[in-house]
Design a protein. Structure first.
Length: 315
């Protein structure tokens, strides 16, 4: 499975958000709508997030060195985590603050029609960004559901862009409803309620991203299909059984594989070395992102380690 960073989707989102931020702030200046201000800040935060994702992709491509012998692949996870924190603090908490202030001190909107037109234009731009992200994600998603893709994807960029775009479109709908209801009812509190709704939405999305990127930072194993392919590739040509197998993502496109292999008791040292070398070659052919492989030969013994159904080693 490819694990590309979705640069096209990130750049599309960055361009859309920069344009949207400008027109939202212009609309806020003309109308005084708190939901327009919250949406403007949201677009600025999203633009900064896309810059962070691009920076993370560039940083992760640095060559391994003595201090980081396994490379810098996890930089993409670090920057994805920063994006989630930015969305929570600068986006969600600011919107909640503005919403509460507007509810406590409501004031009528100036030129609400301008705000509504701006929101419709912003919906179109966000729709373009979301369509690009969906197109970029389809190949990676495969047969998985969209929720499953968000949960299982090993690259943080596309899930982040997808969630940001969905949150942005939903926020625009909330802002449109808030401005519209405030104008129809003559009660500006609706604008504050919509702003609070935007804040809750952004905080929720941020929490989801924090949970998922934290799991990646801790080091997730390969997907079940990849684990099965690696185990199958290890067997044969002198390898009788996989005693235990461990995998961990060093980055979205780099996998660490460690395994203990049962080998015939009468194998000579050259035979063991040849079996290990050919097993490594088979694994790399079966799962190309398996870049770092450590294989330990052992004997088939009655008390040899065997994995239990949950993958833990037992003796």
């Amino acid at each position: 499975m490819s694990t590309g960073g979705g640069s096209k989707a990130i750049l599309a989102a960055l361009g859309a958000n920069l344009g949207i931020a400008v027109i939202k702030f212009v609309a806020f200046a003309l109308t005084g709508s708190s939901s327009m201000l919250a949406e403007g800040v949201h677009s600025v935060v999203d633009s900064g997030n896309q810059v962070l994702l691009l920076r993370g992709g560039a940083a992760s491509r640095r060559a391994a060195d003595r201090q980081h012998p396994f490379g810098y692949g996890r930089d993409r996870y670090v920057y994805g985590f920063l994006v989630a924190l930015m969305l929570f603090s600068a986006g969600g908490l600011f919107a909640l603050y503005e919403g509460v202030e507007k509810i406590r001190h409501p004031h009528h909107l100036d030129s609400p029609l301008i705000a509504l037109v701006v929101l419709v234009v912003a919906m179109g731009l966000e729709g373009f960004s979301l369509r690009t992200a969906v197109a970029e994600s389809r190949e990676l998603k495969g047969d998985d559901t969209w929720f499953g893709f968000i949960r299982h994807a090993k690259n943080p960029e596309l899930p982040v862009v997808l969630l940001e775009d969905v949150a942005a479109l939903t926020g625009l709908v909330l802002a449109f409803a808030g401005v519209g209801l405030a104008e129809l009812t003559g009660n500006a509190v609706w604008d504050g309620i919509a702003t609070c709704g935007i804040g809750v939405l952004l905080v929720t999305v941020a929490v989801v991203l924090v949970v998922e990127t934290k799991s990646l930072l801790l080091g997730e194993s390969a997907a079940p299909g990849q684990v099965a392919a690696i185990e199958s590739a290890l067997l044969g040509d002198g390898v009788e059984r996989v005693i235990h197998l461990r995998t961990m993502h060093l980055g979205p496109e780099e996998l660490l594989v460690g395994a203990k292999l049962a080998m015939p008791a009468r194998s000579t040292l050259p035979e063991v070395a040849r079996a290990i070398d050919t097993a490594e070659a088979r694994v790399r052919a079966a799962v190309p992102i398996a870049r770092v492989i450590y294989l330990e030969p052992d004997l088939e013994r009655p008390d040899a380690e065997r994995p239990d159904p949950e993958g833990q080693v037992t003796r």
